[in-house]
Design a protein around this ligand. Structure first.
Ligand code: C2O
Ligand code: CU
Length: 530
């Protein structure tokens, strides 16, 4: 119940969503939502509390700690967070902003009762400042973090990353957004004329498993941890009043394990969106989309037009249903669905209502007609490299008969931080990610080096017995990525340039960003050497 009949299925749909005019998406609503949803206004980045905004250069000290916040109706909720103070105000998991080229110098204090770190997800940093589990910070200790932001403008994020504790610490709340800006991004913003914080908004999506007393719960070494409440900017199933015009949303999936398929649904139809950017910033050109796939850790930058919708009508930001597992049955349920442990939760591929948008009268508001404010060319994006002659490294995703996850023959619980291979600094490689032996998608994340998706192909045999599509990338594959979804049966090739302004041996991680897979060892360490 609560899951619409499976949409007519095509592999194309699994390649970063559907394109306008080719959509076969099912936009059916989930079963009646409990009445207490969509009664709280979306939390907008402000000056204080959760999601307050702060220039990264002013952060000074981030303190990992636990405090109680009013998140849900009723009792307070204990949230583990990065606390900052600025001009006498207390901020929690602030939305940090940085300019490309800026030098950062801050302290991380650990006031939790266990080790933690702060990993700058998507930034190209040296090992010491990357914040992976290679350098855990013990309880009570502090450490200095210094780096230069060299990355393209875009929405990045930061989160805890101590091995075996990452799933728990993120579920408890240790994550925030990091917006990097540069000239190109500011010029586009100027041109679109959508005020940041009003019509240009971050949406940080995180599902939480919450008990009857409003406590966030977590069980170590469980499978995919899926929530029964969906928080957007730490507001449970919020609403947002919108004018009937253009909006820009920077959407981040900060869920532990839940893959989302976001669409803005009005009157049973997905509103057309324009995809402007992905993990590593702007694409060369906008792409029309009806819906997209957003795996844990991925981000998208989209424009949606509410123009032409009458005042008083509603639009739903909905995660559409999709086949989450290769062995899924027609109702969308699948063998081994961990939903039994999660009362009230919607299963992984089930339709899920996230946020309601209430269209208001637009008198006096500058509206844009359709997408005509959009330039044909968004950003200078280097062309895909000519990879002829680049060495290919095979990476097979798999599970053994005991249910342990592996990349090739490596499980992190065996190999630990010992690099399992090394790469020469300045060299370039193709990594071939093959998901021929597992029945679920894996969002694979590489530290230190933004990459380009070269191709997607179905490795024979097509496990679902459906027609094999030709290789090809989706719109979400057209920019710089730091996390890429490899669907069951798929082979994804990525191109990585290991140039970097550091010397000596630097160790990095490659892992599944389904945090339960990661904590159970679907992760490896590799070294970059002179
Ligand atoms: Cu967002 Cu290695 O993690
Ligand atoms: Cu995985």
């Amino acid at each position: 119940a609560g899951v619409a009949a499976a949409a007519p299925f095509a592999w194309r749909q699994l390649r970063g969503g559907t394109r306008t005019a080719a959509s076969t998406a099912s936009v059916a609503a989930p079963a009646a939502s409990p009445a207490q949803r969509f009664i709280e206004p979306l939390r907008i980045p402000g000056r204080e509390g959760l999601m307050a905004e702060l220039p990264l250069s002013r952060a000074g000290t981030l303190t990992a700690q636990a405090s109680r916040f009013q998140v849900l109706a009723g009792a307070d909720t204990e949230v583990w967070h990065y606390a900052a103070e600025h001009e006498g105000r207390r901020l929690a998991n602030p939305l940090l902003r940085a300019r490309r080229g800026e030098a950062i110098d801050l302290q991380l204090h650990n006031r939790l009762t266990e080790v933690t770190t702060v990993h700058w997800h998507g930034l190209a940093l040296d090992e010491a400042n990357d914040g992976s589990g290679l350098h855990p910070l013990p309880a009570g200790a502090h450490q200095r973090i210094r780096y230069t932001v060299r990355d393209r403008a875009g929405l990045y994020w930061y989160h805890a990353h101590p091995h075996h504790r990452t799933g728990r610490q993120l579920q408890m709340g240790l994550a925030g957004l990091l917006m990097v800006e540069d000239e190109e991004e500011l010029a586009l913003r100027e041109r679109l004329g959508l005020a940041w914080g009003e019509r240009d908004l971050p949406l940080m999506l995180a599902d939480k498993q919450v008990d009857a007393g409003n406590a966030i719960t977590y069980k170590d070494c469980a499978d995919d941890w899926i929530g029964n409440r969906m928080l957007v900017n730490w507001t449970p199933e919020p609403y947002l009043d919108v004018v009937p015009g253009l909006y820009r949303f920077r959407i981040a999936n900060v869920c532990n394990a839940r893959m989302l398929r976001p669409a803005f649904v009005h009157d049973g139809q997905p509103l057309p969106m324009q995809l402007l950017g992905v993990d590593g910033g702007l694409l060369a050109q906008p792409w029309p989309m009806d819906d997209l796939f957003l795996a844990p850790a991925q981000r998208v930058d989209v424009l949606v037009d509410f123009g032409g919708i009458a005042a008083g009508e509603h639009v739903m930001l909905r995660s559409l249903d999709y086949a989450a597992m290769e062995n899924e049955d027609e109702s969308g349920a699948f063998a081994g669905d961990p939903i039994a442990d999660h009362p009230g939760a919607v299963p992984m591929g089930g339709a899920l209502d996230i946020m309601q948008l209430r269209v208001q009268a637009g008198d006096g508001v500058p509206l844009h007609r359709a997408f005509d404010a959009l330039p044909a060319r968004l950003a200078e994006l280097p062309a895909l490299p000519d990879t002829a002659g680049w060495p290919v490294r095979d990476l097979r995703l798999r599970m053994d008969s005991e249910g342990r996850w592996f990349i090739n023959d490596w499980n992190f619980n065996d190999t630990g931080h010992e690099p399992v291979f090394s790469v020469r600094r300045g060299s370039r490689e193709i990594w071939e990610l093959r998901n021929a032996m597992t029945s679920m998608p894996h969002p694979i994340h590489l530290h230190g080096f933004p990459f380009r998706v070269l191709s997607r192909a179905i490795s024979p045999p097509d496990v679902r017995g459906r027609a094999v599509a030709e290789g090809g990338r989706g719109p979400q594959d057209m920019g710089y990525c730091d996390t890429v979804v490899v669907w069951p049966g798929e082979v994804v090739r990525i191109a990585i340039d290991f140039s970097q302004p550091f010397t000596g041996t630097q160790r990095y991680m490659l892992h599944c960003h389904n945090l339960e897979h990661e904590d159970m060892g679907m992760m490896l360490t590799f070294a970059v050497t002179d």
